[in-house]
Design a protein around this ligand. Structure first.
Ligand code: PEP
Ligand code: MN
Length: 342
């Protein structure tokens, strides 16, 4: 059920609807939009009778939601969501660039890469302190020590920190150090972790699972939002196919597909999407051209020594080149667009 309030509904009228929803033992999710507030309802086992609400003052319509997802849907919020991260944002008019190493390996390695990406205008620094590795014998990340290094990057450069949270036990710790908590592809359907970060206050970047459909991705985001955390960014990072010329197959068509159904921002990760550094720049260009709200890439000053994902890390000159190219593409598209998407 979705309740659409009149554009001139008062705060008191909105509150009365929220109270009526709560009184039925359900959970209201108010979403203020540019013209009117819509209120999503979750917690119901079966259909809800619109007659419970459509007589209340200020209510324009009570609509049954037929799609499997509610809170992520454009039916609930027509305008694109902009996820604010301090004085930066993902979504809206700016192209968000998230860059950094796959993993925080040492303080020196991290600072060197941070200096490089910062000098290119990057606002979001990435780096894993907890790494999901296929083999238990591979480097698992520095844990707390890695988070402390990321904290130093934030203090020194002012970049926002995007870092992965692997399990429920470490959500509190990661939330303390991260500006955006990343849920990796392998955890996209870890429903207890999704609910747990849904109770957290920091924004969440949700990566598409390796074989996840569009609906599965949106429903995973729905898990987070249903708990009350509406600050979710989606990320396409490639899916498994028979193709073996790249590590994964980037599915750029999911970007307009998400944008048609959902108000959430979506970014693209061509590093994991291709797995090979020579393919990252072309796919980063394509990601911007297809309309993504941002790009996330891995960068390393000495990829031959990297403890994870060295083959896909951009070298410094390549990163500078990518930034110049995608900024130019973004500008051309923004100038040609008839009116802002926001
Ligand atoms: C990552 O971004 O570091 C990562 C592990 O990505 P994914 O979950 O997409 O494999
Ligand atoms: Mn990686």
């Amino acid at each position: 059920m979705l309740i659409v309030m009149h554009p001139d509904a008062t705060e008191d009228q909105i509150k009365a609807v929220l109270d009526a929803i709560t009184a039925l033992g359900l959970k209201p999710h108010p979403m203020p939009g540019a013209n009117r507030t819509a209120i999503g309802i979750t917690g119901n086992a079966g259909p809800i009778d619109p007659g419970n609400f459509d007589y209340l003052p200020g209510v324009a319509e009570a609509i049954r939601v037929t799609k499997p997802f509610k809170l992520v849907s454009r039916d609930l919020k027509h305008e694109d969501s902009v996820i604010k991260v301090g004085d930066a944002a993902i979504g809206g008019l700016d192209l968000a660039i998230i860059a950094g190493p796959c993993a925080v390996e040492t303080r020196d390695q991290t600072m060197e890469i941070a200096e490089l990406v910062y000098s290119c205008g990057v606002k979001f620094f990435r780096g894993g302190a907890f790494k999901p590795r296929t083999s238990p014998y591979s480097f698992q990340g520095l844990g707390l020590e890695g988070l402390k290094i990321l904290d130093e990057v934030r203090s020194r450069f002012g970049m926002k920190i995007v870092t992965e949270v692997l399990d429920n036990e470490s959500v509190d710790l990661v939330e303390e150090y991260a500006d955006v908590m990343q849920i990796g592809a392998r955890n996209m359907q870890n429903f207890s972790l999704l609910k747990r970060v849904g109770q957290a206050r920091k924004p969440v970047m949700l990566k598409r699972g390796m074989s996840a459909t569009l609906d599965e991705l949106l429903l995973a985001a729905e898990y987070i939002m249903a708990e009350g955390n509406y600050n979710v960014v989606l990320c396409e990072r490639g899916v498994r196919t028979f193709a073996d010329h790249t590590r994964n197959t980037m599915d750029l068509s999911i970007v307009p597909a998400v944008q048609a159904l959902s108000h959430l921002p979506i970014i693209v990760d061509p590093s994991h999407g291709t797995g090979r550094r020579d393919k990252v720049i072309p796919l980063a260009r394509a990601s911007v051209a297809v309309g993504a709200n941002g790009v996330m890439v891995e960068v390393h000053t000495h990829p031959e020594r990297a403890l994870s994902d060295g083959p896909q890390a951009l070298l410094p000159d390549m990163f500078r080149q990518m930034m110049a190219e995608i900024t130019a593409i973004y500008r051309v598209i923004a100038e040609a667009r008839p009116s802002p998407r926001e």
